[in-house]
Design a protein around this ligand. Structure first.
Ligand SMILES: [Fe+2]
Ligand SMILES: [Fe+2]
Length: 262
């Protein structure tokens, strides 16, 4: 594929701006430009598909990346060594749903690990929505106990399956979101069957129990009651989340810097 050098340079701005760019950034920009050109060329060859919905974004995009109102919220910069609390205050906020879930877990006397799992179970939704149980568990795995991340991974599948022993019914709301005859895909069904017989089943199940009751728009919640518990159970890296070179540090950096163009 031929690259039009002039067209590429025009995307970068003035000659002075190009001159000032580090060579790595220039190489990145070129790669990005070529990927875009390739995608355009390939889509020109494929027959036109039926028009998609009016939306200009995919529904699975993380909440941080799409505007909830008319314009995007201005984000405050993160401190140099961000902690989980910094992420709660500066990126996950208002985090009302997870705070309500954890508040309910705490008030009903559930264990500290279950409370932490409830507090963290959906925070990855700022980054991405499909398969958020798996994404969320992976992003938290280096910093929480295996039981907590296991619960977060499987709460996604368990949501679709009632368990009357703990008063968990199929959520009424899902009929509206997924439709009346929705059948979960095979990977969700398989995950449910696996989790149902696992010794940690209740860890994931209790997340769903608190999930169901945690959509009250008038609830007043805050992170304060959980600060000590986080201190006891969350392995905060001293370099800061995103700077610790863990296998998932890039996920935290992406949440910290969602405006990064490349
Ligand atoms: Fe969830
Ligand atoms: Fe949830």
């Amino acid at each position: 594929m031929e690259t039009d050098r002039r067209a590429f340079l025009a995307t970068l701005g003035t000659a002075a701006a190009i001159e000032a760019m580090p060579s790595e950034a220039l190489a990145d920009a070129l790669e990005h430009h070529m990927i875009g050109q390739l995608d355009q060329a390939v889509s020109a060859q494929t027959p036109p598909q039926a028009a998609g919905p009016e939306r200009t974004y995919r529904r699975g995009v993380g909440g941080l990346f799409v505007s909830q109102g008319s314009s995007l919220k201005q984000l405050e910069p993160m401190p140099p060594r961000p902690t989980l609390l910094d992420f709660f205050k500066l990126r996950f906020a208002p985090a009302n749903h997870v705070l309500q879930s954890a508040t309910r877990a705490m008030k009903t006397g559930m264990s500290e690990e279950t409370t932490l799992a409830c507090l963290l179970h959906d925070v990855v939704l700022g980054l991405i929505k499909p398969d958020h149980g798996w994404w969320g568990a992976q992003m938290l795995e280096p910093y929480v106990s295996a039981k907590v991340s296991w619960g977060i991974r499987y709460h996604q599948a368990l949501r679709f399956y009632p368990d009357p022993s703990v008063g968990y019914e199929y959520p009424e709301m899902y009929y509206r979101i997924f439709g009346k005859d929705y059948a979960p895909p095979p990977h969700i069904e398989a995950a449910y069957k696996y989790a149902r017989n696992h010794k940690w089943y209740m860890e994931a199940r209790l997340i769903t129990v608190n999930d169901l009751y945690s959509f009250d728009p008038n609830a007043k919640v805050s992170i304060e009651p959980f600060i000590e518990l986080i201190g006891r159970h969350f392995k905060q890296p001293k370099e800061g989340l995103g700077n610790d070179n863990s296998p998932v540090a890039h996920m935290w950096r992406t949440i910290a810097n969602p405006d990064q163009p490349l």
